[in-house]
Design a protein around this ligand. Structure first.
Ligand code: PEP
Ligand code: MN
Length: 361
């Protein structure tokens, strides 16, 4: 079944990159107005964000200032002329924002993970023309993200955006939420017109990680960024470790290398075409070699069958990993890549041998 999202509007593409900033939470009138003024003064912000209702992992953390934050955001918009956006998690949030003519809305990662909540929001949005940004769900599930986008789209929302904010996982990593770039890349491949914004703040969880994540997003062709900024980050009521002042924000944006999709420079275009044709040739060779390797695996399968041997031989597998990893390391291939590559190769080889073993002639 073709997804209706195939026909989504590429509406954000004229701004490159589209920049959203503001504090994680709207805390006080003074705090939000100060943040908004400082960000507007950078001239590097297209929209102001601020969380009024905060879904928190543990109770008793700051759960948002609630409805009174709305007035402060409206005041900031009137003063700076910048559009405002906030997170909605229920139909009631949507109604309040619509009543006060918010410019845009976003759905948070915890909400996207729950189809009932997304559906409730979609119902509240029926017949309304407002841009809606949908964060990826907390878990690494592309279908769940697509499903949430489809629900909002089906409500009649034409201007949709996906926000990549990383995925939660159990274990150690430098990231607060693992980026797993392959997931937003898969979303982009499925729906090339769907605008995508990256949220380095919630991926990194730490100030020093924001710039490299933002740069990576630009290199991968994201359409924009959402970055949390607070006048006094260390005193923030939520997400203190990842927020930055407007001054630091400006430095970060100024330092970004913004990539173009294509270039008008003919020499560069030719050079790229030549590199691509070399890559095409290498890929053909690699695939041909893998085919040859599988034919050898077939012979091995036949040999093991004749000699009544087990397919999986642990010592041989360990030797393959050790020697190939060393080789890969010497030429600068990452351990993660070579481990995954060998695992796939081995799986296919075992599959081939199993087929040969079970052949009845
Ligand atoms: C936020 O934007 O402050 C937020 C709560 O983000 P997420 O839904 O990505 O956790
Ligand atoms: Mn936050």
């Amino acid at each position: 079944m073709e997804s209706p999202l195939t026909h989504v509007q590429p509406w954000l593409k004229n701004h490159h990159p589209y920049l959203i900033s503001g504090p994680c939470s709207v805390e006080t009138r003074e705090q939000f107005l100060t943040a908004a003024r400082a960000l507007a003064a950078t001239g590097k912000v297209n929209a102001l964000r601020g969380g009024i209702w905060k879904p928190r992992t543990r109770p008793n953390a700051f759960e948002g200032i609630g409805g009174k934050g709305i007035e402060w955001m409206l005041e900031a918009r009137a003063e700076t002329g910048l559009p405002i956006m906030t997170e909605v998690a229920t139909a009631e949030h949507v109604e309040l924002c619509l009543q006060h003519q918010f410019d845009m809305l976003w759905i948070g990662a915890r909400t996207t993970a729950n189809p009932f909540s997304v559906q409730e929001i979609a119902e509240a949005l029926k017949g309304v023309d407002i841009p809606v940004f949908v964060k990826n769900p907390v878990n690494a599930d592309l279908s769940l993200w697509i499903g949430a986008l489809e629900r909002i789209y089906a409500a009649g929302i034409q201007r949709l955006v996906a926000i990549h904010r990383g995925f939660s996982y159990y274990g150690q990593s430098i990231y607060r939420n693992k980026p797993m770039w392959e997931i937003p890349i898969a979303l982009r491949s499925a729906f090339p017109d769907l605008p995508m914004v990256c949220d380095p703040s919630h991926i990194g969880g730490r100030r020093d990680l924001l710039a490299p994540i933002a740069q990576r997003a630009m290199d991968l062709g994201f359409d924009g960024l959402m970055i949390e900024s607070h006048p006094t980050p260390d005193q923030a009521w939520s997400d203190a470790a990842q927020q930055i002042t407007a001054e630091v924000y400006q430095q970060l944006i100024d330092a970004l290398q913004i990539r173009q999709h294509n270039t008008n420079d003919l020499a560069a275009t030719n050079a790229l075409a030549s590199l691509r044709s070399q890559i095409d040739k290498i890929d053909e060779e690699v695939i041909g070699l893998i085919g040859e390797r599988m034919r050898l695996a077939e012979h091995i399968g036949a040999y093991k069958k004749d000699h009544n041997m087990m397919i999986f031989q642990l010592d041989r597998w360990q030797e393959i990993i050790a020697t190939r990893s060393q080789l890969a390391d010497r030429i600068g291939l990452s351990k993660d890549f070579i481990d995954k590559f060998l695992e796939q190769l081995h799986k296919e080889s075992i599959r081939t041998q199993t087929r040969v073993m079970n052949q009845t002639e």
